[in-house]
Design a protein around this ligand. Sequence first.
Ligand SMILES: *[C@@H]1O[C@H](CO)[C@@H](O)[C@H](O)[C@H]1NC(C)=O
Ligand SMILES: *[C@@H]1O[C@H](CO)[C@@H](O)[C@H](O)[C@H]1NC(C)=O
Ligand SMILES: *[C@@H]1O[C@H](CO)[C@@H](O)[C@H](O)[C@H]1NC(C)=O
Ligand SMILES: *[C@@H]1O[C@H](CO)[C@@H](O)[C@H](O)[C@H]1NC(C)=O
Ligand SMILES: *[C@@H]1O[C@H](CO)[C@@H](O)[C@H](O)[C@H]1NC(C)=O
Ligand SMILES: *[C@@H]1O[C@H](CO)[C@@H](O)[C@H](O)[C@H]1NC(C)=O
Ligand SMILES: *[C@@H]1O[C@H](CO)[C@@H](O)[C@H](O)[C@H]1NC(C)=O
Ligand SMILES: *[C@@H]1O[C@H](CO)[C@@H](O)[C@H](O)[C@H]1NC(C)=O
Ligand SMILES: *[C@@H]1O[C@H](CO)[C@@H](O)[C@H](O)[C@H]1NC(C)=O
Length: 404
Amino acid sequence: MYSKELVSAVAALGLVSGVTALGCKDDPVEINSQADATQAAECTTITHDLVLATSAGPDIDLGGSLTEIKGSLIVKNNGLIQSLSSSSLETIGGAFQLNNVTSLASLVFPTLGEVGSIDWTTLSSLQEPTFGTPGITKAESVVVADTFVANLDGLNIQNVKDMNINNNRRLSKFSTSIKTLSNAMYVTANALNMSMEMPNLEWIANMTIANVSTFSVPSLKAVNGSMRFDSNYFTEFLAANLTKIQSGDLSFVSNPQLTNISIPQLESVGGGVTIANNTELVKIDGLGSLADVGGAIKMRGSFDEIDLPSLDNVVGTAEFVSTEDITDSCEALNKLSGGVVQGKVTECKGLVESANNDTSEAGDGSSGSGSGSGDDDSAASLASASMSTVFTLAALGGLVATFL
Ligand SMILES: *[C@@H]1O[C@H](CO)[C@@H](O)[C@H](O)[C@H]1NC(C)=O
Ligand SMILES: *[C@@H]1O[C@H](CO)[C@@H](O)[C@H](O)[C@H]1NC(C)=O
Ligand SMILES: *[C@@H]1O[C@H](CO)[C@@H](O)[C@H](O)[C@H]1NC(C)=O
Ligand SMILES: *[C@@H]1O[C@H](CO)[C@@H](O)[C@H](O)[C@H]1NC(C)=O
Ligand SMILES: *[C@@H]1O[C@H](CO)[C@@H](O)[C@H](O)[C@H]1NC(C)=O
Ligand SMILES: *[C@@H]1O[C@H](CO)[C@@H](O)[C@H](O)[C@H]1NC(C)=O
Ligand SMILES: *[C@@H]1O[C@H](CO)[C@@H](O)[C@H](O)[C@H]1NC(C)=O
Ligand SMILES: *[C@@H]1O[C@H](CO)[C@@H](O)[C@H](O)[C@H]1NC(C)=O
Ligand SMILES: *[C@@H]1O[C@H](CO)[C@@H](O)[C@H](O)[C@H]1NC(C)=O
């Protein structure tokens, strides 16, 4: 090895053919070796992207004067690099992108606090990224997929737009400090036993959660879009402070151990409500405040009781089918047809062996949310919701002119 100083001095002078000096304003700054990295780390700020070539490695240290990369830090398709670190970098304006970096086992960024986004995929050797305290506090989006990480504790972000945590087979605990999430969260196919906690989450636009063993959102007050839980292993779902699901759906499908859904303050769901194939759920009695549903209701399962005491307005249809006897519940529910349920109660039936076989979603409320079941009978989209509102107003007469 040459001494770093010599190499960078030589490189800076451009004295060796094939070695060009790196400039802090290069677009991009390309790193082929530790010598390049040392030079780049002498910049306080890198104006554009910093890209590690596929041949850079095995150990790259970007520590020095470098505090900010205004563009992205990009490592892609590099099977050589084993460790990447910087003891000085504080900000990455663009993406912190690590894609298909299969030998990377050590990632140490103790001063990094703000990044535009985290985009980490296919990191088959990375177990535990090391950040400082408080770690990364700002990122607009976070994708961690197909990695070996067992721990994401260094992410302490409060407000994020998107979060996608999938196929991290060793990630058995995901505890995040987020307070708000403004577009979509997907969490699926991580460690079979994953426990998930979002103690500070107050509102979230959409979330889709699968294959999770425990789930906790004690502070959640509102879901702006949809909330879906498929194939999870939790036994209870509690959201004590959740009052509204604004424009989308609420759905629990094929959660085989679920015995209790308790959302006692939930008053409205903008889209559809689907509860299907949760075979241990024997009573649906935790939706005591639910009054308004903007789409359809579909409840199929092995329950013997369905209580929806506050239900006041369902724009779509409603369907209740169980493997057990639900005669008593049906007596009350059938009365909702045509009045409370603007569509109608299309089916309320017990002792149906195949009750758990149909898991398609009830009609949702949002156009283009991608959950379309193509089931025109049970589906009531928002479009048809507003149509039926128009027809209702038309029937009342006189008011139409005001609206057209
Ligand atoms: C991943 O990177 C390796 C080099 O380490 C490369 O051979 C392979 O083609 C890359 N895979 C993809 C899907 O790009
Ligand atoms: C979601 O709802 C909350 C509470 O009603 C509101 O404060 C927030 O601005 C909404 N967010 C979005 C992205 O609509
Ligand atoms: C799941 O977690 C429980 C304790 O929470 C543990 O006993 C069990 O071995 C775990 N199973 C797997 C597959 O990790
Ligand atoms: C994980 O969840 C998906 C549904 O999103 C399901 O298809 C898959 O079977 C589940 N995997 C396991 C191991 O539970
Ligand atoms: C739930 O709401 C109640 C009443 O608004 C509040 O006192 C309580 O602190 C909330 N719980 C959480 C965990 O935010
Ligand atoms: C999330 O929900 C919002 C409503 O708050 C909706 O407009 C948006 O399209 C949804 N995004 C996704 C990815 O579903
Ligand atoms: C469901 O959980 C809630 C809140 O913990 C509790 O009050 C209720 O009794 C539970 N219901 C069942 C059927 O276990
Ligand atoms: C449920 O569906 C499966 C697969 O289509 C079928 O084999 C089974 O007989 C069905 N069960 C009932 C009770 O209809
Ligand atoms: C119902 O849930 C069980 C257990 O999660 C699953 O194996 C089965 O495939 C589900 N049935 C349907 C029709 O999705």
